[in-house]
Design a protein around this ligand. Structure first.
Ligand SMILES: Cc1cc2nc3c(=O)[nH]c(=O)nc-3n(C[C@H](O)[C@H](O)[C@H](O)COP(=O)(O)O)c2cc1C
Length: 163
């Protein structure tokens, strides 16, 4: 898929089919996360892959209600970070790369908030965070149960200011 088509096609998917995602696809997706820009190239992240109905259920419960739909996901990626000055920006860049890579493979995703949530410590410990690693985001993954149209976005002409 053309890069700009991938960007246009990406949309949050919250209903998933039963189809499993291969380990190869998950590694390809995380590899895209790993290649994101980071301030001073510190790469502060760890990517924890969660699979299996029972573990997904446990995680869905922890991130409920806003991530309750994750119960139907085939997998989840928990993005953890060590505490650096720009860890939120760095891990958000990685998270977006992950969403885009999954889209390119026809895998649906939804970004679930992490860092600012009351459940962040619990989810980090569920993901076996080490030392000062903290939660930045959780990404639900699964093949879409049905086609999902991307949402309307603000018009480019209303957002650009040329100086
Ligand atoms: C930082 C961040 C946190 C988000 N947290 C959640 C969440 O907790 N639950 C959820 O269902 N969607 C969450 N989303 C997805 C947004 O709701 C979604 O991206 C937005 O509505 C735009 O829709 P789109 O992704 O289809 O373009 C989050 C997105 C971002 C960037």
């Amino acid at each position: 898929m053309d890069f700009f088509d991938v960007i246009s096609k990406r949309t949050s998917v919250r209903e998933y089919s039963e189809k499993e995602i291969s380990r190869e696809s998950i590694e390809k997706i995380i590899n895209a996360g790993r290649l994101a820009a980071t301030a001073r190239n510190v790469q502060p992240w760890r990517f924890v892959v969660v699979t299996g109905k029972e573990r997904i259920q446990q995680l869905a419960k922890l991130v409920s209600p806003n991530g309750a739909f994750m119960i139907g996901a085939s997998a989840a990626i928990v993005v953890l970070s060590v505490d650096t000055k720009y860890y939120i920006e760095d891990c958000s860049a990685a998270t977006e790369n992950i969403l885009l890579a999954a889209t390119a493979l026809d895998i649906g995703t939804c970004w679930i908030a992490g860092d600012k949530k009351d459940y962040s410590t619990e989810v980090a410990s569920f993901a076996q965070a080490e030392g000062d690693e903290r939660l930045v985001s959780v990404i639900a993954l699964g093949y879409p149960a049905k086609p999902v149209e991307p949402k309307e976005k603000q018009k480019l002409s209303e957002l650009i200011k040329w100086l």
